[in-house]
Design a protein around this ligand. Structure first.
Ligand code: F6P
Length: 362
């Protein structure tokens, strides 16, 4: 097979597992004797003239710490800052042409784009940027809000990080007879809170997909026969008549009900942490799938894990399977999102465990 030139870039919010993906792509290219370049800072680097890149060569660049979080390529300003300012200034087509020219100048046969639902939706919407090469996307996000895949890179490590964080908090909670209201990331998707909440057997898990009743939450806590515990609150929830951070809102209500509590915000620690084994295996599976796709001249595809099977699906399928949302940063742009489904097995499991998960399915 003819030598190929491959590019890889990581875009959107970082997460653990990106470096494992990069390392597996490096190894795969070395085995095939293909050339590999890394695009620095995501689309920011592609927008520069010339594009900012580095050669990724196993020989010169053996990356012993591929299990560390972050991305050795960097993700730029969350991947959208140039898109955003160009879109607002009505210069998106000029911006897109520049990205297209950069890719053309790099003479790539294929680009592996490791991104979240924003980046994949951008690629779907502005596919003209990637004409002339094989575009293979690998889904990553701690939010696990990407349709058509059972797992995304970084999610399991984020669940582990959050689990460990709450395990530690529970010790001090017990010592001081107080509750902790822990606010998780996840945007408007409750998967991260739901998974970690089950892992720690939280007393309550509040997620954006399910309405909750603050009085019933308070009753539930008071009936627990404990004076300490953890209430996980996803950052996407809202409480009618209240503003501010969701954990603060819930905490204020608990104070009014004389339930001693503190809030805790693990924030970007959820995107850190040594990549857990299941994320490393996911990275190996997705990258294996990406190489097959490139060898088979597929393009505009995304790797997925569906019912235990690694495969590619078209970006069309990805986009149409999701629930569309307006992108907060780019005017007239929709992203494709997945949420916790009302019939999710995990919701039932949490309920059976005696965890308060809210009232009605929205
Ligand atoms: O999408 C990943 C994510 O970590 C969300 O869970 C969170 O809302 C957001 O990114 C935080 O973004 P930033 O790092 O730009 O504050």
């Amino acid at each position: 097979m003819k030598t190929k030139k491959i590019g890889i870039m990581t875009t959107g919010g970082d997460c653990s597992g990106l470096n494992t993906v990069i390392q597996r792509v490096m190894d795969g290219c070395a085995l095939r004797k293909w050339n590999l370049i890394g695009i620095l800072d995501g689309t920011d680097g592609l927008y520069s003239s010339p594009a900012r890149t580095i050669e990724l060569n196993c020989k010169d660049f053996h990356f012993a710490n591929s299990h560390l979080a972050g991305s050795i390529l960097s993700n730029g300003h969350a991947g959208t800052i140039n898109f955003e300012s160009s879109a607002r200034a009505g210069k998106l087509s000029a911006f897109n042409s520049k990205l297209k020219k950069s890719l053309h100048d790099l003479e790539l046969d294929a680009l592996i784009l490791v991104g979240g639902n924003g980046s994949l939706s951008l690629a779907y919407t502005y596919r003209e940027i990637y004409t002339g090469l094989s575009l293979v996307c690998i889904p990553k996000t701690i939010d696990m809000d990407i349709p058509k895949t059972d797992k995304t890179i970084g999610f399991d490590t984020a669940v582990q990080q959050l689990t460990q964080y709450c395990d530690q908090l529970l010790l001090t909670a017990r010592s001081h007879h107080r509750w902790f209201v822990v606010q998780t990331m996840g945007r408007d998707c409750g998967q991260l809170a739901l998974h970690a909440g089950i892992a720690i057997a939280a007393d309550a898990i509040l997620i954006p997909e399910i309405k909750f009743d603050i009085d019933n939450l308070i009753k539930h806590i008071k009936s627990s026969k404990r004076d300490y515990g953890i209430i996980l609150v996803s950052e996407g929830i809202s409480l009618r008549g209240h503003s501010g951070r969701p954990a603060d809102m819930v905490s204020r209500k608990l104070n009014t009900a004389n339930i001693p509590n503190r809030t805790a915000f693990p924030e970007h620690i959820q995107r850190a942490g040594d990549t857990v084994a299941s994320d490393r295996i996911l990275a190996a599976g997705f990258v294996d799938c990406a190489f097959s796709a490139i060898e088979n001249n597929e393009t505009f595809v995304m790797t997925t894990l569906e019912d235990g099977e690694y495969k590619t699906i078209s970006l069309d399928d990805f986009f149409k399977a999701g629930k569309p949302q307006k992108d907060p940063n780019i005017p007239n742009m929709m992203t494709s999102n997945a949420y916790v489904e009302p019939d999710s097995n995990l919701l039932q499991i949490a309920t059976n465990m005696g965890i308060y998960i809210g009232e009605k399915k929205k």
